[in-house]
Design a protein around this ligand. Sequence first.
Ligand SMILES: [Zn+2]
Length: 219
Amino acid sequence: MFIGHFGTGLAAKKLDKKISLGTLFLAAQFIDLLCPVFLLLGIEHVKIEPGNTAFTPLDFVSYPYTHSFLGVLVWSVLFGFVYFLYKKNIKSSLLLAAIVMSHWILDLITHRPDLPVLPGSDLKVGLGLWNSVILTIIIEGSIFAAGSYLYLSVTKSGSKKGRYGIWALLIFLGVIYFVNIFGSPPPSETAIAIAGLFMWLFVFWGYWIDRNREALIQM
Ligand SMILES: [Zn+2]
């Protein structure tokens, strides 16, 4: 899943307006932001195999540290703990830990059974939504649309930057999504990793947008 994770980050603003959109994106995409680093270090591996599922040509051969259930659980506790050290807010820290974990749940729905339960174990899970392009687009698109709506409904733009910044980000994510689906497969594992590193851009973009929008006070 790709834009669905951003949908989770956007939606979470409704639950806790103190957390910056940048931090929410960082949590929702955390393991996908780490994964390219592990690929470049040769610790995890992805192969390109057109038709692996209907939706993606990527074959996730080995990603136990970033995408096993136990691995993600550890990252989510660490993420919440580090946030707590900085902000001393237990509620926000728990929410962020849950958002990191939500990535695995959404991946569980979308991936074919390639997600290890424990690092090194042969038990791999995945419900295989990616076997249908149209169902993936409908379900992932709905999560993204709902998240966008919730974020826009609980914040208002403090300036033109805040108004156009968020729309530019949402449209850009949508465009990348469809280019990924209908474009040609990436040429190599390194190309996948480098494209993955560019996803950090959305974290910084999220921080910038958050500074240019105000959270609405709700009764
Ligand atoms: Zn993932």
